[in-house]
Design a protein around this ligand. Structure first.
Ligand code: SF4
Length: 201
């Protein structure tokens, strides 16, 4: 038995009807449906210089292209020449531009004292001094020079450890090798042993 309309015909007809309906309703609203090819030549990256970079968010290390005009970032997108991501970016990486250009980004140090209800604007120097003061205080109060316990046979055991178990360091994937090197030196010097990076979690 044959049917008057094949499955292929049906799909063609229904697709055409939907397109016709959409086009009809848009032109009915006075919308010009002519191709917008001209817009493609007016992209904001037209006069930009592209600098290859790396997405700052995770350990995948996707390649990006940072478009710059007159020293200002105007766009960031995936680098098609990167063997890691061949031009693609996940939603986090695709939003990297907003990490740089964002009117909501905080540019002042805000401090809210214990029990206070209002934030206070602090100079950066004061905030850095306060952080250093608290780190030093915590470290000195919790520093352990010798660990004392028992070995596998139950005999007393004493080991030189020189560490503090009270401080934990969590690095970010935006940190450069040089920063990580200095941070390791500082933390190991303080006796911090719990050192981790966001990219590994
Ligand atoms: S956050 Fe996304 S875009 Fe960035 S490196 Fe990781 S996977 Fe790639």
């Amino acid at each position: 038995m044959t049917h008057g309309v094949t499955r292929r015909d049906f799909l063609k007809l229904s697709g055409g009807a939907m397109a016709g309906t959409a086009a009809g309703s848009l032109s009915g609203l006075g919308v010009d449906l002519a191709p917008k090819a001209q817009l493609a030549t007016d992209l904001r990256i037209r006069d930009a210089r592209a600098y290859p970079s790396i997405c700052p968010y995770c350990a995948v290390g996707c390649g990006t292209l940072v478009h710059v005009i007159d020293g200002r970032i105007v766009n960031i997108e995936g680098n098609p020449e990167s063997p890691v991501n061949v031009g693609t970016l996940c939603p986090k990486g695709a939003a990297t531009y907003q990490l740089h250009v964002n009117p909501n980004r905080l540019t002042r140090v805000l401090h809210r004292a214990p029990g206070a209800t209002e934030w206070e604007v602090w100079p950066l120097e004061r905030a850095m001094d306060r952080v250093a003061e608290l780190v030093k205080q915590d470290r000195d109060e919790t520093f352990v020079e010798w660990w004392e316990g028992v070995d596998s046979t139950g005999n007393p055991l004493r080991k030189l450890v020189n560490h503090t178990p009270a401080i934990f360091s969590l690095g970010g994937a935006t940190m450069a090798n040089e920063w990580n090197h200095l941070q390791q030196k500082l933390l190991r010097g303080l006796g911090v042993v719990a050192i981790e990076n966001q990219a590994r979690i």
